[in-house]
Design a binder for this molecule. Structure first.
Ligand code: FES
Length: 64
């Protein structure tokens, strides 16, 4: 699902960036520019960041 329509960035891409170590909105924006135009997706990006931080202590299960 597209999360940032201005730059065509999906929620999966944001999750991928968070998994790779992006810890803040600014870091996500620096890599993919999501949230740097109209800004309407910023809250959703922040939600993903918060969700990831809440789950950071849980073990990550990889498929395959
Ligand atoms: S939808 Fe992300 S900056 Fe506009």
């Amino acid at each position: 699902m597209y999360l940032c329509l201005c730059y065509g960035v999906t929620d999966g891409k944001i999750k991928e960036l968070i998994a790779q170590g992006a810890l803040s909105l600014r870091e996500v924006q620096k890599v993919c520019q999501a949230g740097t135009d109209c800004g309407s997706c910023v809250c959703e990006i922040k939600e993903l960041l918060l969700k990831q931080k809440c789950c950071a202590s849980e073990p990550v299960q990889k498929e395959g």
